[in-house]
Design a protein around this ligand. Structure first.
Ligand code: URA
Length: 431
């Protein structure tokens, strides 16, 4: 068998078998397939599709392409959650401490922000000293000791995905549902979580523009998970407007802390919904009881305390959980006011781009970011506003004219507008 033959078979719209897929993925991981061959394969998949079985086989082969994290020797269910990315999505910072404080262990591998989307690892580094690069042993030990850990996957985990993703990124082959599903799920299945909840986003600020597309992706990932013997479910959620009121690392961490202290908005609503679903699955509880436990652990302060424990365990300054001055915002504060009266519509992508222009995001994986810049909404998507009323504050350095212009362009004032509902669908694996 040759790599050429596998590409040719996919080009001819033939269904690939396990042997062909494993052969190709091995060639990607060991470097014997060239970037040109990977690009040709990905384009053939994008144009000709894959069956669900091929998508599973690709995921399975990719998950096995590198080192696998070590499962800690603990009893009980270990949970994981993954969001396909958006703007002001700090659900992990809320969900992980909530679940850990309720006795569900969490093994969360996260990523960094890219383009207009934020990343959990960057936000966690807002806590001075926080280490996101844990060894497999440290990751496992912390889950055993504290209940949860959030870290970056090492360069040796799922190397086939790293190579394929880099090629896809520059060959217009990202937006293939089988390739996205296998990329996301290979990283989930390479790890050891028993219960996995996927948050598949659609809308202005997301990868998937329509709910239907997101639903197709979600269903395929749930199927791949079930085929691999894991309990995977998926929420399909809206990302037309920023999820929370803050965009930018320090501002988002402040907001996550505020939600663990009782603040309520769409970010809180979604985080609590995801926590309820994971808790219900982990302990086989009715949703209502799971929700009551989630509310209780926040009200008692136990979830906030758990966040401080996780931060401290990873070397971060946990005082910042109780002292917002340790999460400073940039010195210049520009107030944005409504240009007209009407119902406010807030476009997530433009605000994400504005944050990027402020220096709070990155264009390339190696770029450094400024944790202090950001945007805090004073009025939300769907709120009625009067002309001249304050709608947001931008925390910046210097002129920041382009960023301020981009931020202003994110707001429109409509005669009538009702935001889409937050959770479009929730998909569980069929028993
Ligand atoms: N996120 C991933 O990890 N992979 C994709 O292909 C798309 C989004």
């Amino acid at each position: 068998m040759t790599v050429y033959e596998v590409i040719d078979a996919k080009k001819q719209k033939r269904e690939l078998d396990q042997e062909q897929i494993r052969f190709f993925v091995r060639a990607v991981a060991d470097g014997s397939a060239s970037d040109a061959q990977i690009a040709a394969f990905c384009m053939a998949v994008l144009l000709n599709g894959m069956t669900d079985e091929e998508s599973y086989l690709l995921t399975d082969a990719m998950a096995a392409s590198g080192e696998r994290p070590i499962r800690p020797p603990v009893s009980g269910v270990i949970a994981d959650k993954h969001s396909t990315g958006g703007v002001s999505d700090s659900t992990t910072l809320i969900l992980v401490p909530v679940l850990c404080s309720l006795g569900v262990r969490c093994a969360k591998y996260s990523g960094r922000g890219l383009g207009h989307t934020g990343g959990t690892l960057d936000k966690l580094e807002s806590f001075a000293g926080f280490r996101t690069a844990l060894t497999a042993e440290e990751f496992a030990a912390q889950i055993g000791r504290v209940g949860g850990a959030v870290a970056g996957q090492t360069e040796h985990t799922v190397p086939a995905d790293k190579r394929m993703y880099a090629v896809r990124d520059v060959t217009a082959t990202i937006d293939s549902i089988p390739l996205i599903a296998s990329s996301v799920m290979s990283k989930k299945l390479a790890s050891f979580a028993d219960v996995i909840l996927l948050d598949v986003k659609y809308g202005d600020g997301a990868f998937m523009r329509t709910a239907k597309e997101a639903e197709r992706l979600a269903r395929l990932m749930v199927k791949i998970g079930a085929r691999a013997g894991r309990k995977v479910s998926a929420a399909v959620t809206n990302m037309d407007a920023p999820l929370g009121d803050a965009i930018g690392c320090n501002a988002e961490v402040r907001e996550a802390v505020a939600i663990l202290g009782g603040k309520r908005n769409a970010l809180a609503e979604l985080s609590l919904f995801l926590a309820e679903k994971l808790l219900a699955q982990a302990f086989s509880l009715p949703d209502k009881e799971a929700r009551a436990r989630v509310e209780e652990t926040i009200a008692s302060g136990a979830a906030l305390k758990k966040l401080a424990e996780i931060v401290a365990a990873q070397g971060g300054d946990a005082h910042a959980v109780y002292d917002a001055s340790l999460l400073p915002l940039a010195p210049r504060e520009a107030v944005l006011c409504a240009e007209e009266g009407g119902v406010l519509r807030v476009a997530a992508r433009k605000l994400g781009e504005a944050c990027l222009l402020l220096g709070g995001g990155r264009q390339h994986a190696e770029d450094a970011i400024d944790h202090t810049v950001g945007i805090v909404l004073t009025r939300r998507d769907g709120d009625p506003v009067r002309a001249g009323e304050e709608i947001a504050r931008v925390y910046c350095r210097g002129e920041a004219a382009e960023a301020l212009g981009r931020a202003r362009s994110a707001f429109s004032y409509l005669r009538e507008y009702r935001p889409e509902k937050l959770v479009y669908d929730y998909i569980e694996a069929e028993e």
